[in-house]
Design a protein around this ligand. Sequence first.
Ligand SMILES: NC(=O)c1ccc[n+]([C@@H]2O[C@H](COP(=O)([O-])OP(=O)(O)OC[C@H]3O[C@@H](n4cnc5c(N)ncnc54)[C@H](OP(=O)(O)O)[C@@H]3O)[C@@H](O)[C@H]2O)c1
Length: 440
Amino acid sequence: MTQTLRLGIAGLGTVGASVLGMVARRAEALTAATGRTITVTAVSARDRSRDRGVDLSGLHWFDDPVELARWGEIDVFVELVGGSEGAAKAAVEAALGAGKHVVTANKALLAHHGAALARLAEERGVALAYEASVAGGIPVIKAIREGLTGNTISRVYGILNGTCNYILSRMEAEGLTFEACLKDAQALGYAEADPTFDVEGFDTAHKLAILTSLAFGVEIDAEGVSVEGISAIQPLDLTMADELGYRIKLLGVAQATAEGIEQRVHPTMVPKASAIAQVMGVTNAVTVDADAVGELTLIGPGAGGAATASAVVADITDVALGLVRPTFGQPMANLASPRRVEMQRHEGGYYIRLTVHDRTGVAAGVATRMAEANISIESIVQRRSAKAASSDPQGLSGQPVPLVLITYAATEGNVRKALAAIDRDGLLAEAPQLIRIERE
Ligand SMILES: NC(=O)c1ccc[n+]([C@@H]2O[C@H](COP(=O)([O-])OP(=O)(O)OC[C@H]3O[C@@H](n4cnc5c(N)ncnc54)[C@H](OP(=O)(O)O)[C@@H]3O)[C@@H](O)[C@H]2O)c1
């Protein structure tokens, strides 16, 4: 092992520039920890003239990250460009192909090409490290892969997207709409100009797919994640959740069942007293249910230059120490093929908000359809405005009013069947809102 570990960093944006600064600032401590000098020798980005607030003098510049990846004067290729295809993928493949270790923060790349890249890393005997790709500064990859090997994990779930948690926290605290909170999130730099990837749950799905592979020893299966975002959540849902003892969070959940592994991303009602319910704003959290440790929750910053660089530098430190671990916790040949479980088979409690015509007998009609589909109702709340109650005490007007049901454990298939029957009965004034409940 040479004394010096030479890094080539591709991508000098929020994370890349922070990594450069951190490696320089922590040089002495990193040498003390690893016995090696860790130094950046080359960088790559698109715009050479941009001031990035870090000193690039003396570093080789590459316009093309693929050329940097193949350059003979680096030992580790640090990929901080982003995106599942294009330059990031080509450069990581080139680096691994050239026998160089790779450290990346790129969840999209891992989610879509993780298995193929891990095989390549394994063939070449090099590390493919990605701590920063899930929950930014929270060392959750290490916790699951290295810290819990004595456990059988039954479920892993988390708040993995700060943008969504910020929006839901503000909607709850201030009674604002999704649209108003999204606008604020964009103004504050928490959400992209095109927020689809975050608010529709795809970013969470990528991160969840990575956690699933590690937690359950299966090959990564991003296409197997059922995904639903937060854009349809209304202030009334947050008010009702509060009254019923819940908060709404966008969760990524991976759960072992008799049929296989459920992977799902959706707005979720969590009990107000649970650890995950306390996580507000842009903060991330991951909870692991495991047989020996019980419930373990890690909470911390899921994004931001410094926090994400912290995870990248931890991976670089491992490489400097010569630690080359199997990418997903075990040799690729040992990973099982994932057995997908269709969302229809999911079993759990449901919050169902119906908008019904305010007529006598509607609640009874809904209850009948639920019973026919084998769904037991834990509570039912019917809301009529004070005005409607006084002007139309017998409910003859048929005005649309909310009717909220909380169910005991039911299958998604049965819930959908009951809702279709209620719709056929002509009881609904609007499409129903359905939010799954995740209990501890
Ligand atoms: N930001 C976070 O908080 C965070 C947290 C966790 C994980 N991550 C992940 O970290 C990675 C980087 O994110 P970021 O926020 O730092 O992104 P960013 O600020 O947009 O920076 C991307 C960098 O890549 C460079 N780049 C883009 N296309 C390139 C190409 N074809 N060739 C060479 N360079 C290219 C850009 O160059 P120019 O500067 O010249 O345009 C820029 O420096 C992503 O995978 C992201 O998902 C980010």
